[in-house]
Write a protein that binds this ligand. Structure first.
Ligand code: FUL
Length: 467
């Protein structure tokens, strides 16, 4: 008999089988960053236009006080974990001394033509433990080869190699889908498979962003939100960079998409992507940034918050003030997690037992690799957190164990009042890497996560209940 019990517990303790497409190592690593800073900087900073024409003189680029360590400090204080810089925007001006063109910092008065923004920024990011990413626009309004077909594609591939080979680890490569006219009115057909292969060869750890992945996708808007129902899935064979008319799909993901593709929310702290003095009174407020955080990081997306550097080469005071206030606010909002001090229970546990690996404790142990799970056949379940005295949680965060795929489709957060009755206080559909929900400010003695619908047995890695 004893042998039989041990054997059946062992059998039931088998981990759940993966469901649907799964994230790669590089995707998992990137997802854990949650938020990064985007920096648009270049000749447009000095002309005030959004899309330079490629005819700007490198002579205008002279950010006399440029300090990448300031950028890194501001990003870090705001709680962001990486920086992605426009190494080259559509105007073709290169922020590094590219040997392949004369349209670069090497022709600028800045640092007497010996400056290299990518070198200074990659060093600052490494020193501060931030990820370092690059935006390299394939659309190049300066390069005479643009529009030539294979010749320009080879040129762009060499330029990519140049950027990816000389500045240490790059964690994100950002491809804009824009494909306009070159200096002589010609358009280019981009060789995406070639560009992707160069990134894989030079920086196998870097995720590649575009409307069509192959690692992470655009969220379909530049206003700072992900959709409430958001699958980290997309059938890549239906998409290409710059694809028109699919923004809804990009926002929601595709429930039955064949590839694992999480969304990134890119949004600017100012009305434009590049710095303009005239927009300094329109810098987003701490409240605006909090809303963006809840609706991006809190909706299974990573945030890429653009903070354009000014003509001095510094982040301006107004932007710094909003970012610092926002960082402080998010830290305060998430400082007190009362889930780990709660008494935990769940009516249905995979392989129940005193220290079962799939026990609800896994949701509060601070280890993203452990998770609560139910038996394979159980797709509705709940986990309850209770306290001996009244608590006032204002925010709940739930993470699925996405290394096993995305499963949950509908859930409710209920709280228990002093009279012992349960009331639904928040609802959601998908969870994914993380879902953060605000709660009404009513006291409660218990809170439970009720999963109403899941496509396979739920696997919950984390529940944080912030008071
Ligand atoms: C767009 C570009 O055309 C904008 O200038 C900006 O860089 C934005 C992030 O991507 O497609």
């Amino acid at each position: 008999m004893a042998t039989f019990v041990a054997a059946s517990v062992l059998a039931a303790a088998t981990p759940p089988a993966p469901f649907g497409p799964l994230p790669s190592e590089r995707q998992l690593k990137w997802q854990a960053l949650e938020g990064s800073m985007f920096i648009h900087f270049g000749v447009n900073t000095f002309t005030g236009v959004e899309w330079g024409e490629g005819t700007e003189s490198p002579g205008i680029f002279n950010p006399g006080q440029l300090d990448c360590r300031q950028w890194a400090r501001v990003a870090k204080d705001a709680g962001l974990r990486g920086i992605v810089i426009t190494a080259k925007h559509h105007d073709g001006f290169c922020l590094w001394p590219s040997p392949l063109t004369k349209h670069s910092v090497a022709q600028a008065p800045w640092r007497g033509g010996t400056g290299d923004v990518l070198k200074e920024l990659s060093t600052a990011c490494r020193e501060s433990g931030l990820g370092f990413g690059v935006y390299l626009s394939p659309w190049d309004r300066n390069n005479p080869k643009y529009g030539s077909g294979a010749e320009y594609n080879q040129y762009f591939a060499s330029q990519l190699r140049d950027v990816l080979a000389h500045y240490g680890p790059v964690n994100e490569v950002w491809f804009d889908g824009a494909c306009g006219e070159g200096p002589d009115g010609r358009r280019q057909t981009y060789d995406w498979p070639l560009f992707v292969s160069v990134v894989r060869e030079c920086q196998p750890g870097a995720v590649i962003f575009s409307d069509a992945g192959p690692d992470i996708r655009w969220v379909g808007n530049e206003r700072g939100f992900g959709c409430e129902t958001n699958w980290s899935r997309l059938s890549l064979n239906e998409f290409f960079p710059g694809i028109p008319g699919r923004n809804e799909d990009l926002c929601h993901g595709q429930r039955d998409g064949e590839n694992w593709i999480m969304a990134e929310v890119d949004v600017s702290i100012r009305p434009g992507w590049f710095f303009r003095e005239t927009e300094t009174d329109k810098v987003k407020s701490v409240e605006d940034l909090k809303k963006i955080w809840l609706e991006s990081v809190g909706r299974n997306c990573n945030l890429l918050l653009n903070v354009p550097v000014d003509r001095r080469g510094l982040i301006a005071d107004a932007d710094m003030a909003s970012l610092a206030g926002w960082g402080t606010a998010v830290r305060a909002m998430t400082a007190t997690d009362i889930a780990s001090a709660a008494v935990l229970s769940a009516p249905s546990i995979r392989a129940p037992g005193a220290a079962g690996p799939f026990d609800p404790k896994a949701t509060v142990d601070g280890d993203p690799r452990t998770y609560f799970a139910t038996d394979d056949a159980v797709t509705k379940c709940s986990i309850e957190y209770s306290w001996p005295t009244d608590r006032r949680p204002h925010l709940v965060r739930i993470d699925e164990a996405v290394e096993l795929g995305q499963r949950v489709e509908a859930f409710v957060i209920e709280t228990m009042g002093a009279n012992g009755a349960w009331t639904a206080v928040a609802r959601g559909t998908t969870i994914g890497a993380r879902r953060i929900l605000e709660l009404p400010p009513t006291p409660c003695r218990g809170l439970r996560l009720v999963i109403e619908s899941s496509r396979a047995c739920p696997c919950v890695a984390r529940v944080s209940i912030y008071e």
